[in-house]
Design a protein around this ligand. Sequence first.
Ligand SMILES: [Zn+2]
Length: 210
Amino acid sequence: MAYPKSLELLVDAFERFPGVGRRTAERLAFHVLRDPKARELPRAIEQALTATRICAVCFNVAETDPCAICADPERDSRTICVVEEPRDVEAMERAGVFRGRYHVLMGALNPAEGTDVAQLSVAALARRVAREAPQEVILATDPDAEGEATALLVLESLEQEAAERRVAPPRVTRLARGLPAGSAIEYLHRGVLEDALEQRRSLRLKPPGK
Ligand SMILES: [Zn+2]
């Protein structure tokens, strides 16, 4: 059975969403036809697209550039917490466990999905660290294989940048082990996040002086 062309296009559009299969896409499309409230969706999409931008400092999604966190003089600029996604910033802020600033990588290293270092804001972070000279960079990428590989990549990049500029590399720490393996920062509860932050450990690639 074929749907009318216009409806088929709508089903196709929904099917592009992550985690949405054909059946769910069909249900959503019919829901749009039936529920008047669902007709606000195009406007909401349009607004989100036009009103949001990427903060040039931390790469978080915001309505202002710099974002509210980067522009807040009360936030501790001596600590930068590096996360994969804007959702992770939201989770940390909701938990209220961190008062420093963030850097959003815009993903994680995932060769299987074709995400490589050029798509992440790693080079921008290295330049930012050289410019701002924070006391500490906390790597809060997810506790899974991609997150660990990404943390290592960031560490390498920071140490390389410091070596090129002939300055001491920043203190780099990683959230404590013991986070549920394969979990994601955005789903962690406040207590778990707080412990992981408090018990963070130092990371270092090369011995000092090299
Ligand atoms: Zn920002």
